[in-house]
Structures are given as C-alpha cells and as structure tokens.
Design a protein around this ligand. Structure first.
Ligand code: HEC
Length: 304
C-alpha cells in the first residue's frame, strides 16, 4: 500500500527546495546592496545557483507528473496554466543564475537591479506554487489517493454559459456530482446539517440544468464523444443492434439524459426535505444513471 517514491509525488516533494531557497537568495541580495557586501553577495549567488538546480529538477519531475497524471475532465485550463508558469519561471531562474555565473567575477557586489530581479523570481515561483498547491492539490486533490486522484474534486469555479461540448458538460457533471459526494460523506461521518442539505439541493439543480442541456443539444452535436458515432451509419447500426427497439445513439442519449434529469429532481426534493436516508438513496440512483449512460454510450463503443 505504501511506496517509497512515485513519479507523481516527486515533483511536490522537490518544489520545496527552490521555494525555500529563492527567498533567501533575494534577502541576501537585498542585504548585499544595503551593506555593499561581497560576502552577502556570495551567499546570495550560492543560494541562487542551488535554487536554479532545484528548480530544474522540480520542473523536470513536474513535466513527468503532468504527463503521467490522468487529469480529471473539467480541470482545464489549470494544469496548463501551472505548466506554463512553471516553464517560464524555470527559464527565468536559470537565466538569472547563468547571467550571475558569467558576471560575478566582474561584479563582486550585487546591484540593485539584481536584487529587484531576484524578488521577481520569488514572485514567479510563488505564483506557480499557488496554482499547484492551492488549485491542483488542495482543491483538486491531484495525485492524492484519498481524493480519488482528483476525480472527487468539486468545481473550482462555475463556468459561465452553456457547455461547449459533451465533454465539457461531463466535466461539469463530474464536479457537481463530486461536490455532492463530498457533502453527503460529511453528512454521514459527521452529521446532517441544513447548509449541507442546501448544498446538495443546489448541486442537484445544476445537474438538472446540465441534463436538460444534454437532452436538447447533446444529440445534435456532431461527433458526440469525439468519436463521431452520430455521423456514422455503421456505428448507429451497431447501437441499434445492441439495444434492439430501433434506438439510435441519439435517441438513447436523449432518453438517458432524461433519466438523469428525473433522478436529479428527486435528489433535490429529498435534500429540500432534509431526509437523510432518502438523500443517500437518490444520490446512489443518480450515480447509477451516470454509470448506465456510460455503459451504453461511452464504454460500449467499438472505437474506445
Ligand atoms: C446521457 C448520457 C450520459 C449521462 C447521463 C452521463 N454521461 Fe458522462 N459521458 C457520456 C458520454 C457519451 C461520454 C463520452 C464523452 C466524450 O468522450 O467526449 C461521457 C464522459 C464522461 C466523463 C469524461 C469526460 C472527458 O472529458 O473525457 C466524465 C468525467 C463523465 N462522463 C462524468 C459523468 C457523471 C459524473 C455523470 C452523472 C452525474 C455522467 N457523466 C452522466 C454520457 C453520459
């Protein structure tokens, strides 16, 4: 159950080196400027060099984690923002270190400009760390086993407007469903409270909106699911054979979205009545509606 090292957890372990030492470099450059001191400059340079080495290591394993992790749907654009910030702050720290390496014999005492740049490097590293620590790990639980490796993450922000695709709608369904799982888990292991029921009812309302959108727009979107089964007679034929009753994939999607809508309505009802047992049953049924549709339309396709 326990492992000494994992590809995905090396990055969050390593980032502490640059995040810890770069502020020391900045403070030491500031002291060097104030005191016109070669010794403080030397200490700052060493901290910068070690910080640059640590940054490269952390960034390298960050890229590994980015590639290895199965990012939950609906997380965009946060993983990419973190990657871009990480790559640019690494480039900045390494450039500063290389610049210092080339010029330190000529300038034994740090300049004001260098001190200012080192503070900017700290800000860049902190911003990158905030996205990684706050959004991806604290909120999302990326690569945290107890958080379902991020699959149980509630929404980060609720996007404006209707979904742009079926996958986008699914990302929103995942996060609202996950928020309700979290709320109901707290009801179970802690206690039922009014705000928790209110949260469940509110999320169930959002799920209803998404289900209505799926009923209306889902079947019309060409290439539903990115695999294009809507447009391909062969695939539709296969769906028909599989389900009998002449149901096409489109009709099926509409029906199952209708099922999801009905279940989300009963969940909202139960939550408004603050009925613990009823709410638990309804969340289970809602989850089964997700699984049912996935079984027919997501996992059951030849091309998957
Ligand atoms: C009406 C059918 C239907 C229902 C109901 C449904 N799904 Fe889906 N879901 C799909 C299809 C089809 C895909 C594949 C979409 C794709 O590959 O673009 C999918 C894919 C997903 C994905 C992966 C999306 C991605 O970016 O690859 C997630 C997560 C998901 N669904 C969550 C849920 C949850 C949670 C529920 C229930 C609250 C749910 N779905 C209910 C049809 C449905």
């Amino acid at each position: 159950m326990l492992e000494l090292l994992r590809w995905t957890t090396l990055h969050p372990a390593l980032v502490h080196l640059p995040l810890g030492i770069l502020p020391l470099a900045a403070l030491a450059y500031a002291m060097a400027v104030v005191r016109r001191s070669e010794r403080w400059t030397f200490a700052a340079d060493m901290a910068l060099f070690i910080g640059a080495g640590g940054t490269v290591l952390a960034a390298g394993f960050g890229l590994v984690a980015y590639l290895v992790l199965d990012w939950p749907s609906g997380w965009a654009p946060w993983p990419v923002i973190h990657l871009a910030l990480g790559a640019s702050s690494t480039a900045a720290v390494v450039s500063a270190a290389v610049f210092r390496g080339l010029t330190r014999r000529r300038r034994m005492v740090a300049s004001r400009g260098l001190a200012a740049i080192s503070f900017l490097l700290v800000l860049a590293a902190a911003g990158t760390g905030w996205v990684g620590g706050e959004v991806l790990v604290f909120h999302g639980g990326a690569a945290v086993r107890a958080a379902g490796d991020g699959l149980l993450a509630p929404p980060v922000t609720w996007p404006e407007g209707p979904p742009s695709s079926v996958a986008d709608a699914m990302g929103r369904l995942r996060s609202t469903w996950a928020a309700n799982n979290g709320a109901l888990t707290r009801v179970l292991v802690d206690r039922p409270t009014e705000p928790r029921f209110r949260e469940v009812a509110e999320n169930a309302r959002l799920i209803q909106q998404l289900a209505r959108w799926l009923m209306r727009e889902g079947p019309e979107l060409t290439g539903v699911g990115g695999a294009g089964f809507d447009d391909e007679e062969e695939e539709v034929g296969a769906e028909r054979r599989r389900h009998g009753r002449g149901a096409t994939a489109r009709e099926h999607l509409r029906q199952m979205a209708g099922d999801l809508l009905a279940r989300a309505r009963s969940l909202e009802d139960a939550a408004l009545h603050q009925d613990v047992l009823e709410v638990m049953h309804r969340q289970g049924e809602l989850t089964a509606a997700c699984a049912g549709c996935h079984q027919h339309l997501r996992w059951n396709r030849e091309r998957d």
